[in-house]
Ligand binder design. Structure first.
Ligand SMILES: [Zn+2]
Length: 291
């Protein structure tokens, strides 16, 4: 099962690479976050074949240098030895913020660098669980320079030092949406937006229902998750392929969004206890998760 981060990166890797200036900026974003110096070479290691393939493509398009992709146990990497890489690394080094001025000043290149930084050192949590986007680097200078760039894009990330690494993070759904849009991860942006809208609708419902507010909220959260799982199963394998007892509960749940588990149980023949219904819905969630 792919994580939300992996899906986001996969989507980014499928997008067209931009102008030459942007190819260079995106490549450097990856290199700054995923590159490690070792003597006279730089090793760039990434977790997926698509990401490293994109790095190689960007290097080819911006510097005209071909790099070889190698495979390790759980990652893909390339070793950079060509002098053109060092020339550009030095240009970055010499810049005030550790990121080349024309990248800092060019909106197209800033977005491309951000995309590269995400491919090289970024993660995003599934918005259904939590809102959190992070970039991790061992270098304080890269952290500070990148923060400045994010600020210039109105993306107010915070920084924290954790065991010798520097983490830039945001837990703000608006900032995360904007960051995804800047890097061109539109499918993930849509997903975060959908979750946000759902939560807002739910908050409206609970705000208007006095009394059992907390309980109501729980019921609706659970129901939304269950209904989504059921819809996913229906779409990917068809509800007909579920076991009889699961199918019965799935259809009942789907058609009665507002009923509690107890009420659902009473509608089954023979009636089922609340925990019995819960048990079957859990199985349904598990099946959907694995699809
Ligand atoms: Zn550009």
């Amino acid at each position: 099962m792919k994580s939300f981060s992996q899906k986001t990166k996969e989507y980014l890797c499928k997008q067209e690479t931009g102008a030459v200036c942007c190819c260079e900026a995106e490549m450097m974003g990856i290199l700054m976050f995923a590159g490690r110096f070792k003597g006279t070479e730089v090793r760039v290691a990434l977790e997926s074949r698509e990401s490293i393939g994109r790095f190689a493509e960007l290097a080819q398009k911006s510097l005209g240098v071909s790099v070889e992709v190698e495979t390790a146990k759980s990652s893909y990497f390339c070793v950079l030895t060509h002098k053109k890489f060092f020339e550009i690394i030095i240009e970055y080094e010499k810049s005030a913020d550790g990121i080349k001025e024309n990248v800092m000043n060019n909106e197209c290149c800033r977005d491309a660098f951000l995309r590269g930084a995400f491919l090289g050192g970024g993660t995003i949590v599934d918005p259904n669980k939590n809102y959190n986007m992070e970039f991790v680097t061992p270098s304080k200078r890269i952290c500070d320079g990148f923060k400045k760039m994010l600020d210039s894009l109105n993306l107010g990330f915070r920084t924290v030092e954790k065991k010798g690494t520097f983490v830039l993070y945001s837990k703000n759904s608006d900032i995360i949406c904007d960051a995804l849009a800047h890097m061109g991860a539109f499918s993930s942006q849509m997903e975060v937006l959908n979750v946000k809208i759902e939560r807002e609708v739910r908050n409206d419902i609970t705000r208007t229902s006095n009394g059992e507010t907390a309980n109501m909220d729980k019921v609706i959260t659970a129901a939304i998750r269950q209904i989504r799982a059921i819809e996913k199963i229906d779409e990917k394998m068809g509800l007909d392929n579920l076991d009889e007892d699961l199918r019965e509960v799935a259809i009942l749940r789907r058609d009665n969004k507002d009923l509690s588990l107890e009420q659902l149980g009473k509608q089954l023949t023979p009636p089922l206890s609340k925990s019995g219904v819960n048990h079957r819905l859990k199985k349904i969630l598990d099946i959907a998760e694995g699809l």
